[in-house]
Design a protein around this ligand. Structure first.
Ligand SMILES: O=C(CO)[C@H](O)[C@H](O)COP(=O)(O)O
Ligand SMILES: [Fe+2]
Length: 234
């Protein structure tokens, strides 16, 4: 099973962000996340244009693909998703989340990603309101709310994004849509509590997993433990 549409919508899933991993031992880092029961693997692609940073692209994704059967949850912070969707799919990405604020028309980006055989997500930068994604909700599989400005790992969690998560959760429920609601940036065992309480069911965590002193598996376990007592209202 490697289809994001088959993942549960009613429990908290953790998608560790490889951006915070030790790249000199990437294979072992992936193994640690898998052994720690990661639900997906989050891959942050940055083009140096849409965001002021450059990370990695298809060759690195191709290597990671060989190491795990988990869904590769690929967050493409790039200006031109239409141009690159096929390359990411061929490298092994199962899912592509592009930014609503990118240079390509939204409908064309969705179509290019579907054509490439991937499930589709739309991400919103902190300044973009919840309502901007509402017209697209019945055509996508996931919404990603950024809880930091995209571009770098290790930033401070933006609590002011919680009303946005809650508004998108309300809209998904109101329309009874099959859409994952993911949050990304600065999430640890403390900030995961408001994030999940407001209705995010998919949690991206880089620093708090791969830089956890007790190891990646411990970082994932702490996130699950923190939300286990919540009434998440998903
Ligand atoms: O999309 C991202 C940055 O643009 C990363 O996924 C995000 O920052 C996760 O890293 P951390 O948990 O360290 O904040
Ligand atoms: Fe990300």
């Amino acid at each position: 099973m490697r289809d994001l549409r088959e993942l549960p919508l009613d429990r908290i899933l953790v998608s560790p962000s490889v951006l915070a991993a030790d790249f000199t031992e990437l294979a072992a880092e992936i193994d640690r996340a898998v052994q720690g029961k990661a639900d997906l693997i989050h891959l942050d692609v940055m083009d140096g244009c849409f965001v002021p940073n450059i990370s990695f692209g298809p060759p690195v994704i191709k290597s990671i693909r060989k190491r795990t059967e988990l869904i590769l949850d690929t967050h493409i912070m790039i200006e031109h998703p239409v141009r690159y969707a096929k390359a990411f799919a061929e490298a092994g990405s199962d899912h592509l989340t592009f930014h609503l604020e990118c240079a390509d028309p939204t409908a064309e980006a969705i179509e290019a990603i579907r054509q490439a055989g991937c499930t589709v997500g739309i991400s919103l930068k902190p300044a973009t309101p919840a309502e901007a994604v509402f017209p697209w909700l019945d055509r996508i599989d996931l919404v990603l709310v950024m809880t930091v400005e995209p571009g770098f790992g290790g930033q401070k969690f933006m609590a002011d994004q919680m009303p946005k998560i809650a508004a998108i959760r309300r809209e998904i429920k109101r329309r009874n849509l099959h859409v994952q609601l993911e949050a990304d940036g600065g999430i640890d065992e403390t900030t995961v509590i408001p994030t999940a309480s407001c209705g995010a069911n998919m949690i991206v965590a880089g620093t708090s997993v791969f830089r956890h002193p007790g190891g990646a598996a411990e970082g994932i376990r702490l996130l699950h433990d923190a939300v286990s007592v919540l009434d998440t209202n998903l």
